[in-house]
Design a protein around this ligand. Structure first.
Ligand code: DOR
Ligand code: ZN
Length: 343
């Protein structure tokens, strides 16, 4: 039984850090584990201009603890009218990608895309610039069952999008189903996917075990066990198309433990530990380094990090909560014991 594992310093290719005081709680957690992270732009108002992204980047950097070396990789939020000429400006300023939220799909997505056709000039510019589109892959039609929204998205939106933009780099974010895992596994080199630790560890029973468990609620929602197994199989296969993206998404505890609770699981406090647990359970700890540290930079055309992190098999108890501005932040599995620990 492997007792310890050392990885090239990894990156988080999908992360929410919010803004203001919240940054001072969550940025240190991520910076302690990862060298870089793709920062989601779903603030209020959303990050839709290069200038806004650069100002946000400075606020994030100001929350990185002294002595840690962490680089936020900024994104813009695609809207129906984000001008195509913003793409060259964004690329020249170091913005790495755009995020596509179907309007209404999730937290702060009201300004998202109502119809992909409306964004075609911008997508054209992105394809030309080699700028990846990061996709929240769920349809929003109320008549589609919540648990089917990702699979329907592939048929209704992703396949047509790929046909119209054959060389647009697409990351299918936080995939949750066997349909998505299969789609990506069989796709060409312009397509990749991120997978969260919580979708590798849990199925939808976690939402209802012994009562309703709001801290396990995120979007896309946890699915049946066969889907979890398909995700584990995808990351175990060694395919370079799958890489680490925590989708750590902090919300104040009182807004999750609420009659209409917010979607989002906070995992940044113990992200690598949870991935190690999932890979270990599948018997593929030897695949973790490529997933966490190599496949993402290869897809984005960035260099690998230098330095390393070490995880060891040692039981510890994650904190139950963190101060979060005036509120509290309750991490996923807070107060529970975890089998892996970062050294
Ligand atoms: O659960 C989620 N939370 N899914 C998302 O897509 C957004 C995120 C958030 O920002 O809270
Ligand atoms: Zn997200």
């Amino acid at each position: 039984m492997t007792g310890q594992i050392t990885l090239t310093r990894p990156d988080d290719w999908h992360l929410h850090v919010r803004d203001g005081q919240a940054l001072h709680t969550v940025v240190p957690h991520t910076a302690a584990q990862f060298a870089r992270a793709i920062i989601m732009p779903n603030l209020r108002p959303p990050v839709t201009t290069t200038a806004h992204a650069l100002a946000y980047k400075q606020r994030i950097l100001a929350a990185v603890p002294e002595g840690l070396d962490f680089q936020p990789l900024m994104t813009l939020y695609l809207t129906d009218n984000l001008p195509a000429d913003e793409i060259a400006r964004a690329r020249d300023a170091g913005v790495v990608a755009l995020k596509f939220y179907p309007a209404g799909a999730t937290t702060n997505s009201d300004a998202g895309v109502t119809e992909l056709r409306k964004t075609y000039a911008t997508l054209e510019a992105m394809q030309r610039a080699g700028m990846p589109l990061l996709v929240h892959g769920e349809v929003t039609s109320p008549e589609v069952d919540l648990f089917d929204r990702e699979a329907v998205f592939i048929e209704k939106q992703l396949i047509p999008l790929r046909r119209d933009f054959p060389e647009l780099k697409i990351v299918f974010e936080h995939i949750t189903t066997k349909e998505a895992a299969q789609y990506v596994a069989h796709a060409d080199r312009f397509t990749a996917a991120t997978v969260t630790a919580h979708h590798l560890l849990f199925n939808r029973n976690a939402l209802f075990s012994g009562g309703i468990r709001p801290h396990y609620y995120c979007l896309p929602v946890l699915k049946r066990e066969i889907h979890r197994q398909a995700l584990v199989q995808a990351v175990s296969s060694g395919s370079a198309k799958f890489f680490l993206g925590t989708d750590s998404a902090p919300h104040p505890a009182h807004l999750k433990e609420h009659a209409s609770g917010c979607a989002g699981c906070y995992t940044a406090h113990a992200a690598l530990e949870m991935y190690a647990e999932a890979f270990d359970a599948a018997g593929v700890l030897n695949r973790l380094e490529a997933f966490a540290s190599f496949n993402g930079p290869a897809f984005y055309g960035l260099s690998r990090n230098t330095g390393s992190v070490t995880l060891k098999r040692e039981t510890w108890t994650a904190p139950e909560s963190f101060a979060f501005g005036e509120a509290q932040l309750k991490p996923l599995r807070g107060g529970e014991s975890l089998p892996w620990r970062m050294v």
